[in-house]
Design a protein around this ligand. Structure first.
Ligand code: NAP
Length: 253
């Protein structure tokens, strides 16, 4: 019987209800994982994603929780423990904000951005390491962080705070990757460019990808599935010697 048929363990995908996270959740289910689909508030989308995974013959649960809340993160991992052995964490949940210059940022904006994008990723990585590390009796695993090409561009006049939050993710990927490499855990990141999801509408520019498509060397935005393919590869044994890497998925941008 193939590994996919017997099950590969559990994958937690934060922000797995929509966009890139949803594509990762569905793809990892195809690869044989049972999936925890975390979401912030859109229960309908989360339930749809879970139904699509169940239809593939894998287990799945939708778990509401803000990754920036320690209590919510602990509850999500406790729910995952009930499903089986944690094998993969995709640190995908992330937010942008309205395009603004830095001098116009208020504290609430900065706190939200850093709490969700940076602290949320750290809290989830911490809980994953406790379960995966051979140091704690675990059997290893893979953590994949969603970075962005924003730190390579700086996002001036728009989202310097977002770019900085993803720069922190790049540093965490390298540092944690080296910290736990000998304990059976591979930590890597993908660095998407402009991907067709609803995140751009949440920042007030729904047609951002089509507006900028001509500036992308490949002349189009990417799909969530094109990013998820890279996440799936990093989660798999095919990437067995890849540690602390940041894989750019940007059509050349
Ligand atoms: P999206 O379409 O806006 O979806 C965001 C997902 O994250 C949703 O499932 C949402 O849940 C969830 N979420 C938001 N805040 C959360 C929180 N505090 N706790 C838990 N879940 C939360 O975003 P996306 O475009 O797929 O982006 C996914 C990741 O890729 C992000 O980290 C983003 O920064 C990164 N990225 C995206 C692009 C791009 O062009 N799209 C480029 C580079 C990097 P609900 O459904 O409940 O709202």
């Amino acid at each position: 019987m193939s590994a996919a048929a017997t099950g590969m363990g559990v994958a937690i995908v934060t922000g797995g209800s929509r966009g890139i996270g949803r594509a990762c959740a569905l793809g990892l289910a195809e690869d044989g994982y049972d999936v925890v689909v975390n979401y912030a508030g859109n229960k309908v989308a989360a339930d749809e994603t879970v139904a699509a995974i169940l239809a593939k013959g894998r287990k799945a649960v939708a778990i509401q929780g803000d990754v920036g809340s320690e209590g919510d993160v602990l509850a999500m991992f406790a729910a995952a423990d009930k499903l089986g052995r944690l094998a993969v964490l995709v640190n995908n949940a992330g937010v942008i904000d309205r395009a603004q210059r830095v001098e116009d940022y208020d504290l609430a904006r900065l706190e939200r951005m850093m709490t969700i994008n940076v602290i949320g990723s750290f809290l989830c990585a911490r809980e994953a390491v406790k379960r995966m590390s051979t140091r704690h009796g675990g059997k290893g695993g893979a953590i994949i962080n969603l970075s962005s090409i924003a730190p390579t561009l700086g996002a001036p006049g728009q989202y310097v705070d977002y770019a900085a939050s993803k720069g922190a993710i790049d540093a965490m990927t390298l540092g944690l990757g080296r910290e736990v490499a000998a304990e059976g855990i591979r930590v890597n990141a993908v660095r998407p460019g402009l991907i067709e999801t609803e995140i751009h509408a949440s920042g007030g520019i729904p047609d951002r990808v089509s507006q900028l498509a001509d500036t992308i060397p490949i002349k189009r935005g990417g799909s969530a599935e094109e990013v998820a393919e890279c996440v799936r590869w990093l989660a798999s044994d095919k990437a067995s010697y890849v540690v602390g890497a940041i894989l750019t998925v940007s059509g050349g941008r």
